[in-house]
Design a protein around this ligand. Structure first.
Ligand code: MG
Length: 251
């Protein structure tokens, strides 16, 4: 069942998401060669707690940190630790927060110094594919219109879509129905209704779409070792069109 949210509930989901968005903006500014992934996690947790919220990934199904930090060929769910960022890396930061029983969830991929042209093109195409999906979050469209728009844009740029992991509804739980694939034909699935809140999160690979999970049981990597990027927003379907709840205040 897809839970529809009232305007008041959407504002509560927005409040949680703004904490996430603000923390991600700060983390993006911090990213530089020599910084450890564990330092990013510690700052993420501090920012969320100092805003009065709770880092929702920490302990979720046993995940040991507040921030997922996925480098280069890592797709999602990388565990932060002692590893240092290096010039030329791309780093995906995925963060969740719970505030007064409502959840926020967003992700960005950031370059460390100067990166390859391919890495830049991959990050750009992934972010653009997220916004192509967001554009489809209009009352009366079908869920797979979102999925199809993401896939079409990513593939037109010459990249491939990860199919083993998908987006999701978000609200009073971190993951609610429906699942939101980043691929598929247009025009199928549930009709989008006012009050639906979805986390759309394209995971796009430079090479093939195949992924595998490492022995730590969390880190998802590309099977061919090539780069992967990830962007995510939480978005409400409203009478006025898509409302991106995880954009920073003032944007
Ligand atoms: Mg998510």
């Amino acid at each position: 069942m897809i839970i529809l949210k009232s305007p008041d509930e959407i504002e509560k989901i927005r409040a949680a998401n703004r904490i996430v968005a603000s923390a991600l903006a700060s983390l993006k500014e911090m990213v530089c060669a020599g910084l450890t992934t564990g330092e990013l996690d510690r700052v993420a947790e501090d920012l969320i707690r100092s805003a009065g919220a709770r880092p929702s990934f920490k302990g979720y199904r046993g995940f040991p940190a507040s921030l997922c930090v996925s480098l280069n060929n890592e797709v999602v769910h990388g565990i932060p630790g002692k590893r240092k960022l290096k010039e030329g890396d791309i780093v995906s930061l995925d963060l969740g927060a719970e505030l007064n029983g409502f959840y926020g969830d967003a992700a960005i991929t950031v370059p460390v110094g100067k990166v390859t042209d391919e890495a830049t093109r991959l990050m750009t195409a992934t972010r653009e594919s997220l916004y192509k999906g967001i554009e489809q979050m209009v009352e009366g469209n079908r869920l797979s219109d979102v999925s199809h728009a993401v896939q079409k844009h990513a593939e037109a740029a010459g990249f491939s879509v990860v199919t083993d992991f998908v987006g999701h509804g978000v609200g009073t739980s971190p993951h609610e129905e429906p699942q939101v694939p980043n691929y598929g034909p247009a025009g199928t699935g549930p009709v989008l209704k006012r009050g639906m809140v979805l986390a759309i999160e394209p995971m796009i690979n430079a090479g093939t779409s195949d992924v595998e999970v490492l022995g730590d049981r969390w880190t998802v990597v590309t099977r061919d070792g090539r780069l992967s990027a990830h962007f995510e927003h939480s978005i409400a379907v409203t009478a006025n069109g898509p409302d991106v709840l995880s954009e920073p205040v003032g944007k």
